[in-house]
Design a protein around this ligand. Structure first.
Ligand SMILES: Nc1ncnc2c1ncn2[C@@H]1O[C@H](COP(=O)(O)OP(=O)(O)OP(=O)(O)O)[C@@H](O)[C@H]1O
Ligand SMILES: [Mg+2]
Length: 255
C-alpha cells in the first residue's frame, strides 16, 4: 500500500494551491484510494470548500498541533466528497507561530501527529498558506513530496529561488527523503503570448519535473467550491475536470 504525503506549496498567493489540493484529493478518493486532505492554512479555504458548516468546527489542526492530548484522529471529518476525509483548519491557525515560539519541536509537530495515522491512508494531501513560515515548514517536514503550482504570468518565477532554497534546507536538516513531485502550471490563459513564453521558461528552468498536464483557466474550477463540490461532480466534462484527472494519473505514476 502507498503511504504518500504530498505537500502543495508556493509562497506566492493565489497560484492554485487550494484548487489543486481539493481536486486531486477528490480524484484520488474517487479512484478508490484512501485519501486524507489536511488543511493547515489559516484561511481554511480547503476546509470551507468541502465542509457544510465550517463555523461549527470546534477542534481543528491548531488544537491538534498545540495540545498533546489531541490526536489528528480526534478531529478528522467526513467531507461532501464521498470517501474523502479532512483535517480541518480555522483562523486560529494564525496563532501557531507565536504559540510554538521557543518550542524545540516546533517544526516537527505535524510530522509527529501524521505519523500516528499515516498507515491508514494511501495519499495524504496537505494544503499550505502563501508563506514560507513555520506552518509551511511543518508541512514540508511531514511530506514525502512537494508539488509546486506556478501561474505562468509576468514575474511568476520571482520567488521560486527562495522556495527551492527552503526545500533544500528542509532536506538537509530535517527530511532527507523529501523530493519534488512536480511543478504544475496552473491558471494558464491560452489567449496571452506572455503565458506561452513563461511556460517555455518554466520548462527550461525545471526540466522534466514539470507535469505534462497544464491546468488552464476555467470558470468552473472557480465556481465548484461554492457548491461544496469537486470539479468531477460539478462539471465532469469541463476542461478543469479533464485536466485534473490527467494530472492525477501523472501523480500516481510518480508517487
Ligand atoms: N484553473 C483555474 N481557473 C480559474 N480559476 C482558478 C483556477 N485555479 C484557481 N482559480 C481561482 O483562483 C483563485 C486562487 O486560487 P487558489 O485559492 O486555488 O490559490 P491558492 O494558491 O490556494 O491561494 P492562497 O495562496 O491564497 O492560498 C481562487 O478564486 C480560485 O477559485
Ligand atoms: Mg489556498
Amino acid at each position: 500500500m502507498k503511504n504518500t504525503v504530498i505537500t502543495i506549496a508556493n509562497q506566492k498567493g493565489g497560484v492554485g494551491k487550494t484548487t489543486t489540493a481539493i481536486n486531486i484529493s477528490a480524484a484520488l478518493a474517487f479512484k478508490g484510494f484512501k485519501t486524507l486532505l489536511v488543511d493547515v492554512d489559516p484561511q481554511a479555504n480547503s476546509t470551507i470548500s468541502y465542509v457544510l458548516n465550517p463555523e461549527k468546527i470546534e477542534k481543528s489542526i491548531y488544537e491538534a498541533l498545540t495540545d498533546s492530548n489531541i490526536t489528528l484522529k480526534d478531529i478528522i471529518l467526513n467531507t461532501t466528497v464521498p470517501g474523502l476525509h479532512l483535517i480541518p483548519s480555522k483562523i486560529s491557525m494564525a496563532k501557531l507561530e507565536s504559540t510554538l515560539l521557543g518550542e524545540i519541536d516546533s517544526y516537527y509537530r505535524l510530522k509527529d501527529k501524521i505519523e500516528g495515522l499515516k498507515k491508514e491512508y494511501e495519499y495524504i494531501i496537505i494544503d499550505t498558506p502563501p508563506t514560507l513560515g513555520l506552518i509551511t515548514l511543518n508541512a514540508m517536514v511531514a511530506a514525502s513530496y512537494i508539488l509546486i503550482p506556478i501561474q505562468p504570468s509576468y514575474l511568476s518565477l520571482e520567488g521560486t529561488d527562495d522556495l527551492l532554497e527552503t526545500i533544500e534546507k528542509v532536506k538537509q536538516r530535517a527530511n532527507p527523503d523529501l523530493k519534488i513531485l512536480g511543478v504544475l502550471i496552473t491558471l494558464h490563459d491560452k489567449r496571452t503570448v506572455i503565458s506561452k513564453d513563461v511556460i517555455n521558461k518554466i520548462k527550461e528552468v525545471f526540466g522534466p519535473v514539470v507535469f505534462k498536464t497544464i491546468i488552464t483557466r476555467s470558470v468552473r474550477l472557480e465556481e465548484s467550491p461554492a457548491y461544496k463540490e469537486s470539479i468531477f461532480t460539478f462539471a465532469p466534462n469541463s476542461s478543469g475536470a479533464i485536466q485534473y484527472k490527467n494530472l492525477v494519473e501523472e501523480i500516481i505514476s510518480r508517487a
